[in-house]
Ligand binder design. Sequence first.
Ligand code: SF4
Length: 696
Amino acid sequence: GDNNPTVLTTCPYCGVGCGVAATACDTRGDQAHPANLGRLCVKGAALHETLGAEGRLLAPFVNGQEASWPQAVTAVARAIRESVARHGPGSVAFYLSGQLLTEDYYVANKLAKGFIRTPHVDTNSRLCMSSAVAAHKRAFGGDLVPGCYEDLELANLLVLAGSNAAWAHPVLYQRMQASARPGRRVVVIDPRKTATSDLADLHLALRPGTDTLLFNGLLCWLVDNDAVDLDYLADHCQGFDQSLAAARAEAADLASVARGCDLPVDDVATFYQWFAQEPRAVTAFSQGINQSSAGTDKGNAIINCHLATGRVGKPGASPFSLTGQPNAMGGREVGGLANTLAAHMDYDSPGARERVARFWGTDAVASGPGMKAVDLFDAVGRGEIKVLWIMATNPAVSLPETGRIREALARCPTVIVSDCIRHTDTARYADILLPAAGWGEKDGTVTNSERCISRQRRFLPLAGEARPDWWIISQVARALGHDAGFDYPGPADIFREHARLSGFENAGERFFDISGLAGLSEEQYDAFEPRQWPITRVLARDSRRLFTDGRFATADGRGRLVPVVSRLPARALSGDFPLIVNTGRIRDQWHTMTRTARSSRLLAHRPEPFIEAHPEDIRTRSLVPGALATLTSAHGRFVGRVRATPDQRPGEVFVPIHWNDEFTGQGLATALTDSLVDPLSGQPDAKQGHATLTHW
Ligand code: SF4
């Protein structure tokens, strides 16, 4: 009815980025949105059940006392100003989130790097996508996803590496299911047999961490069976010989690959044959690849095989990174990662620092890359960061070795937390709490896994004193004396500025260019329909796929095969901690449950933390399925109910990532994983902890 007009918006949960037709009491799939064409998964369909004032942070708090906005803004600005005066700009840090809208992200990045001039801006996308980003940069010369969702349907061979898409990207999985046809084959590469394996013609339950070996073996096999595209390599690539030599050194024959990966030789051979035969092949990879201390190399091992066969950015033929968060891509676009500056420009991109400073109207920007998430929190623990502003994320749960993270937060002189939820494990450490607008209360854009920019639209009034993040950041900027750059009337103005920067002094050399949107009117921004970037001022080409002409974003235009060799986590199994712990999502929860746990329907699927183990591992420990058990690592404990399943490899257990102290106080998966990070991406090895399993 008139009281509940339907608004088209975008789901705030995963990187599929489904369009939602929403009212205050109902959420349905948007039939016209290209990501989902009307479909929604159970999380999206339950969105309306998670709205409402219960549990919300409804007013600012300063040192435990409810405060007005002017008081809170003054307190934040004072803490930043004093810290910069006494300890320098590098004593202030921002920890952002793939849950923020692009406009929020843009303003935070601009304030930090351009006006406070601290380089220490990182984001929880570090835990999610940073290895894929680093792999893209090495191979393509930029953080660029070559393909689109349609490729997952067009492919005659669909390889899913480290992805339980059925639970983590459900609507994309539905699209893969719906496009099944005779002759279309699916290979799932995952140590566990998951719901996604149902779609598999071949499931390779490899030894955890051996993905590089498997793809190095594939590269050798392709060469030995005349299945590489030598013309493509000669015309468009570099690094083939070196990469092949590196692969040969460890993966010379099928038997050694099969042994190393702990797979049947015949299964490895079948996968390799299928890949060699089928030109329309897509390898979609996700957190099983990224969340690793060798995640970047794993990504490049995959991309190497696609470059060697010329299968990049072609219909149904591409490597494809599945983004975890709703706006992990948007955060990358504005420069929300510590090693990037702005608009896909790195600090060392020629002329970038001066160009961005000119554009922002500031004398200088931060001088070079800042600290990445794990390092950043180590610096907090050492007392080097005096002011830490955390927005829309819960690092006390999501970063590895949470005990250390919590000690660091307790030690930091000023912790500022912007969130829409009152009680989170991280909010307990906040000196200043700022109430952020929730989904449905704010306007802006997000970018999904296929580079598609969509609007999130407002259809609810702001709860209590909650405000959009861009507004909060702008208020603080102005309290710091930066009126000129932060007098935004609304998100459309921020979006136009962001779009302008992407094309500023850009003679067509940058792939990330959305300057075609810099002139959107207020009405056009409101009515903006989902579109994939690039969107240049003179767009003659289709943006669905990149590198279709074999020209990449490197200086010489050539794609790079990267020599990689397998590396297992530095901390191997020991007698004390004999089990490998694998972590992941469950179907109906999102992140640390701060929103999804508010729906009883969503909680019903898996109501409590659990430990999945092979029946043999349960038997030898005299444990009972259904009873509580404890996993203990060098860093902490996880208590959950034991589930026996042959889908788990012997010697390995699985635990879900979602539970935390606010919800049980016992089921913290990050208590079991190490702070080991990938040397290039800084992404933590969240997929592989080590523990012992005992009675509770
Ligand atoms: Fe939301 Fe992802 Fe489900 Fe789509 S697949 S409805 S974006 S959680």
